[in-house]
Design a protein around this ligand. Sequence first.
Ligand code: AFP
Length: 333
Amino acid sequence: MSWLANPHSSRHVLAEQFRLGSTATGDLTSLLIAIQVTSKFIANNVRKARLINLIGLAGETNVQGEEQKKLDVLSNDIMVNALRASGKTAVLVSEELDDPVIISDPRLKGKYCVVFDPLDGSSNIDAGVNIGTIFGIYKVRDGSTGTVEDVLRPGREMVAAGYTMYGSSANLVLSTGNGVNGYTLDNALGEFILTHPDIKIPSRGKIYSFNEGNSCFFHPPVINYLNSIKFPANNKPYSARYIGSMVADVHRTLLYGGIFGYPDDKKSKKGKLRLLYEAYPMAFLTEQAGGLATTGRMRVLDVEPTSIHDRSPIFLGSKEDVEDVMKFYAEYD
Ligand code: AFP
């Protein structure tokens, strides 16, 4: 098995770093190791949540107007504290915080910016459904001391992106721009083991993943696309799978192929999902795995953000499936 030759993910991350070029200093590796530690911490809390009374609301509302769960708040604190303490970051953006965190202490300031959703899919927590942490990493612009402008940049400028899914096991899926690797947390060793090297999405899948409960709001290209895969000429309709937890829906799409979509519609003018810390990292991983990610009209990674909590429509997955949905959009332009 491939992981026997290269058993520890931190060692694998180091190997990735060497491929980034001679100017690499190891800072990105250190930052990725800090993120791995936060994932272990959060995974541990998710597993024990019911037992240590972490299920339920924290009594606050986040910037999206959503009620925060205790685990959301705790996961956010873990991420902010660990990333600040890593000494490798300059700017942090979290789904749970209205404003970016600017690291001002010169002893802690680094050259990377991390955008993250500490616990995505948290409405599923109480039901024990898979949830996850999503993150994307930018390097501060040349000459910048670390401002919000360093993260108001298209996703194509990210230097790394990934997620950790907390399910029957904790799975870390990561790209530093050289393909995508998947790691599984071995609880006995306390290490993420490389179990899914060089993930590639099949060029076409058989599964679609949309919240069709919103169908009455969908625009014609989406309705027509969905009809084309549910009532196909060849009588082989796609299967529907929708968990409502982006990390889990994207994880399945990366491994099995098919398409995940959360479009804009008559009710949600820009869709629901957040650009910086949901759409960009997942689009980055999808492209690195050989798939595509589009808003319907343009590449997700080319969208220019205007604020840190921007939303964006997204369709991602197998290349041919995403091209199909783009054709339906092209008919309406
Ligand atoms: P929560 O964190 O509020 O559960 O939202 C999860 C999420 O942002 C994303 O993970 C899902 O793909 C999407 O929302 C599901 O949204 P719907 O419930 O509208 O289908």
